[in-house]
Design a protein around this ligand. Structure first.
Ligand SMILES: CC(C)(COP(=O)(O)OP(=O)(O)OC[C@H]1O[C@@H](n2cnc3c(N)ncnc32)[C@H](O)[C@@H]1OP(=O)(O)O)[C@@H](O)C(=O)NCCC(=O)NCCS
Length: 199
């Protein structure tokens, strides 16, 4: 008789565990996003640098033989960070249109990365990661950016964010150096309790 496959387990990663698993984490990211392999080296440096920022935390799902199936991390956003400055520029450009979303940048946790390996997508691991990362994140809001037109399967990231109550902060935003339009989405924390009718 063969043993049933082990259920994935959700774990928090310390900075050193994150560094040890960085190669696998970036592999999940590149595969999930459909990015070229060449982006890995530059991401390594950036992700490691992020892990020293205030409020940084990371979570992961581990499968059979502790294979990394999914990873997410983020940190407290603030002035002087590239992402903060880029989003502030976008929000300032909205002011003339009568929309004032500037409050969003006070006291937020930036959900920087959230990726589930394509083999493991579609069974709630993404929601589990997001909930674990944001539980006790130490800020009153969460912000993230996501491509307006994402990888396959279409719209899964969008469905997840909408299901959890994220609303539009900026749409069709162009970050410096990237031709793709992004949405910036946000919501108040804490998240509502999970809907147990799903399982
Ligand atoms: C976006 C992403 C992180 C979502 O993770 P996921 O595990 O695939 O998705 P979810 O947690 O939302 O769950 C997926 C499905 O499982 C279903 N599900 C089944 N059981 C569930 C449970 N107990 N709890 C929650 N969802 C459950 C949901 O209905 C959902 O269906 P849907 O996608 O058709 O709406 C993942 O698809 C991914 O990495 N995509 C590519 C990279 C990417 O776009 N990252 C985000 C960039 S900002």
């Amino acid at each position: 008789m063969t043993a049933a496959p082990a259920q994935p387990r959700l774990v928090g990663l310390s900075r050193s565990e994150f560094a040890d698993r960085l190669g696998d984490a970036i592999d999940v990211y590149i595969t999930a996003m459909g990015y070229p392999r060449g982006t890995a080296k530059q991401r390594r440096t950036l992700w490691l640098e992020h892990s020293y920022r205030p409020g940084w935390r990371a979570v992961a799902w581990l499968g059979e033989r502790d294979r990394l199936l999914a990873v997410s991390y983020g940190y407290w956003g603030g002035p002087g960070q590239w992402w903060f400055d880029e989003v502030r520029r976008g929000l300032r450009s909205l002011r003339g249109s009568g929309t004032d979303n500037s409050d969003w940048l006070a006291d937020y946790f930036e959900l920087t990365e959230l990726h589930v390996h394509p083999d493991a997508q579609g069974s709630g691991l993404g929601e589990g990661l997001l909930r674990a990362l944001l539980d006790g994140a130490g800020r009153s809001r969460v912000l993230l950016s996501t491509p307006e037109h994402g990888p396959q399967p279409p719209g899964r990231a969008w469905r997840l964010y909408r299901r959890l109550g994220f609303s539009d902060v900026l749409r069709e935003h162009l970050f410096t150096g990237d031709p793709r339009p992004f949405a910036v989405l946000g919501r108040e924390l804490p998240l509502p309790a999970p809907d147990h009718r799903r399982s």
